[in-house]
Design a protein. Structure first.
Ligand SMILES: *Cc1c(COP(=O)(O)O)cnc(C)c1O
Length: 354
């Protein structure tokens, strides 16, 4: 049955897959909800979005996404609390960053009401898909790509903005061992590293495969010129705790402005933890590991929230980070997820009720 919510047309799926899903054993991002939001850019403007049944997309083989990689994405989550109320976390930040990414890729920016009303309508329609089990959430993937045709290496004249959602369990389990990269780069000055551009991730796969072959799970990206400064951990921002100070690099062309990163900085400061946003050299981290002042390292991003690192490899040497009983990682992860899931007060105004 078709209907309209928030001025957005809804074409309901005639069947549901929800009964096939085991909500107690969810993987990350591998089953998809019944509906998706679709919005097309043509004739020079974004057309009204629609909620439609989740379905395959038909594209011409000459569609520019395939040849020139003109595409960007976002990642966010919706949570259901004990009263079945649904919460988003700083969704306007994702909206703004999607358009920052789009601008860099010469993709037309999506209007705010299409993004926000489209998202809210989609979540209303698929509300039953939002898990309420501890640790689970509905992972939300907004993305925009060039659907227009032609081999000419120039921006397309047609685009699709889609949001699909996937009920998901926790992203990582356990600690990861990382390799400090000395050859490859994720991003460069003047490049697209600050954007969530699809191709940025393709470029990470091969160096990550090499690290995995050597027995690590992830790569720590360093600056592209000297490889002497720590920048990111895989597709996450990175924090390093030396003694009782939490250190993370400043955002730049090369370091993505993560919403989890900036939330952790604010939260940690409000809890009286000393935070330094500054360049952090590999040398400093190696010295800290040697003299015992390196207490923690962790990645920060929407999917895993906080992902602790157990040790790192650097130039054929391995360094372990000893286990602590009480970690900043554990404390901050609990604080942030308690705010996200409406278990505690939100003094920052980050939570957004559906
Ligand atoms: C998405 C992403 C992050 C984390 O951003 P969040 O907004 O916290 O999810 C960090 N680094 C890279 C390269 C990313 O793509």
């Amino acid at each position: 049955m078709n209907s309209i919510i928030n001025d957005i047309e809804i074409i309901k799926s005639e069947t549901t897959k929800i009964n096939e899903v085991d909500f107690d054993n969810l993987a990350f991002g591998s089953v998809f909800s019944d509906h998706m939001l679709e919005c097309n850019f043509k004739d020079g403007k974004w057309q009204a979005p629609k909620v439609i049944p989740y379905q395959a997309i038909t594209l011409d083989p000459s569609a520019k996404i395939f040849h020139y990689g003109q595409s960007v994405f976002e990642g966010m989550k919706a949570y259901k609390d004990a009263n079945e109320d649904v919460w988003l976390f700083r969704p306007l930040e994702n909206f703004k960053r999607l358009n920052i990414s789009s601008k860099r890729l010469a993709i037309p920016e999506v209007p705010e009401n299409y993004f926000m009303d489209g998202l809210k309508t989609l979540l209303e329609v698929d509300r039953d898909w939002i898990p309420k089990n501890e640790g689970s959430s509905l992972y939300i993937r907004p993305f925009v790509f060039a659907s227009g045709n032609g081999f000419h290496a120039s921006p397309a004249n047609a685009y699709k903005f889609i949001i699909c959602t996937a009920p998901s369990g926790a992203y990582f389990s356990g600690k990861v061992k990382v390799l400090i990269e000395q050859t490859y780069s994720r991003s460069a000055n003047g490049g697209v590293g600050y954007a969530k551009a699809g191709g940025n991730y393709a470029g990470q796969f091969y160096p990550t495969q090499l690290a995995v072959e050597k027995g690590y799970q992830q790569v720590i990206w360093t600056d592209d010129t000297t490889h002497e400064y720590i920048e990111e951990a895989g597709a996450m921002n990175i924090f390093v705790r030396i003694n009782d100070t939490l250190i993370t690099g400043p955002t730049s062309d090369r370091i993505l402005d993560g919403i989890t990163r900036k939330s952790i900085i604010e939260l940690a400061k409000s809890e009286g933890i000393e935070v330094e946003v500054r360049k952090l050299s590999v040398h400093e981290v190696v010295e800290a590991a040697k003299n015992g002042s390196l207490k923690e390292m962790f990645g920060a991003g929407t999917a895993a929230v906080i992902s602790p690192i157990s040790g790192f490899g650097y130039k054929d040497e391995d360094f372990d980070i000893p286990e602590l009983d009480e970690t900043f990682a554990g404390f901050l992860k609990k604080r942030i997820t308690d705010i996200q899931t409406n278990k505690v007060e939100d003094p920052f105004g980050w939570r957004y009720k559906l």
